[in-house]
Design a protein around this ligand. Sequence first.
Ligand SMILES: NC(=O)c1ccc[n+]([C@@H]2O[C@H](COP(=O)([O-])OP(=O)(O)OC[C@H]3O[C@@H](n4cnc5c(N)ncnc54)[C@H](O)[C@@H]3O)[C@@H](O)[C@H]2O)c1
Length: 377
Amino acid sequence: MDFRQGPVEGVAMKSAFWSGKTVLVTGHTGFKGGWLSLWLQRLGAEVVGYALPPGTEPSLFEKADVARNMTSLFGDIRDLPQLQTVLERHRPQVVFHLAAQALVRQSYDAPVDTYASNVMGTVNLLESVRHTPSVRVCQVITSDKCYENREWDYPYREVDRLGGRDPYSSSKACAELVAAAYRDSFFAGAGAPSLATVRAGNVIGGGDWSQDRLIPDCIRALARNEPVIARNPAAVRPWQHVLEPLSGYLWLAARQWQEPGRFAGAWNFGPAASDAIPVGALLDQVVAAWGGGSWRPLADSAGEPHEAGLLKLDISKAAARLGWRPTYTVAQAVEQTVAWYRQARQASVDDIRAVCHRQIDDYVAAAQRWGASWAQP
Ligand SMILES: NC(=O)c1ccc[n+]([C@@H]2O[C@H](COP(=O)([O-])OP(=O)(O)OC[C@H]3O[C@@H](n4cnc5c(N)ncnc54)[C@H](O)[C@@H]3O)[C@@H](O)[C@H]2O)c1
């Protein structure tokens, strides 16, 4: 397949498409939302962010001063009137909904909050979009964990059954169902916004300081010269650099803008099949990239909550219909991630912003080299 073919070559990442567009990003104080906001700022978009204040210390939001070139609003997606007011006031044309309680382990401790944010938060967002005529494109960011995990060796496709054993995964499956009902009930007619749901893999990259996530836990241990403890070293996950799914979201949004009906629906944005590897293999690469340190399995995993053993994502649909495919191998994703944490240590806010911008530019240049349609100048 020639990925360079396409009627709207390159517009997704060119300022020509994004410049001056008002884009609402919920969850801009988080890891992925922070990177997406920085990328959109670089493309000239008028970015409006809506989220709770950053939940970690440190955070990408503060370290890179994500709020510098955008309108940053603190608020709760469980608060429908406030959310509605934000959309009425700012009249976004494109909406990326990332705000969520995003941690599996926390969902065991706080299931009610997890469902409230992830399910009713999505209802509130879609309800607000429904009453905001300026919105032409909306994406609800769910997860690879929205699929009912059958411990299959083969990857999940967009048509596979939704499910989830833990509250986080099931809340993301619920968010998918909510989005499907809104699409069929309210967003199906001519002139209605194009609504897509997007399911990324396990995302790694600089600037994530969440608790109980592999890379942040790993970087904290390595920085203290302690061994990294792996709870589930044999578990296979679809690892990818944070800029990979974000490139997919941006490109999909541009295509939704042009052909709203054709590009509505569900989309997987995962790594190449060979990059769904066990936790232990990923840790070997992180330790090697760090240039020292070690990892070992958790000594006693009895009493640990259930975690799926095998999870892979099929990206044939995105490849065939969007010409999207990953740019980095998992090894390159690890290199970029470790380099970010190393460069950001002790660095000033301006330097950290520069590291982020350089990593975005390097990623786009690498995508241009393989001929990604979205990256062509
Ligand atoms: N990181 C991953 O590997 C991964 C993989 C697949 C999907 N996702 C999804 O991508 C999205 C972003 O994930 P992330 O890794 O950046 O998570 P994160 O925890 O770093 O950020 C979550 C964001 O949501 C906001 N938020 C949470 N509850 C809120 C509420 N009630 N009201 C307003 N804002 C609220 C937080 O303030 C933060 O800005 C989430 O929807 C997550 O489920 C993440």
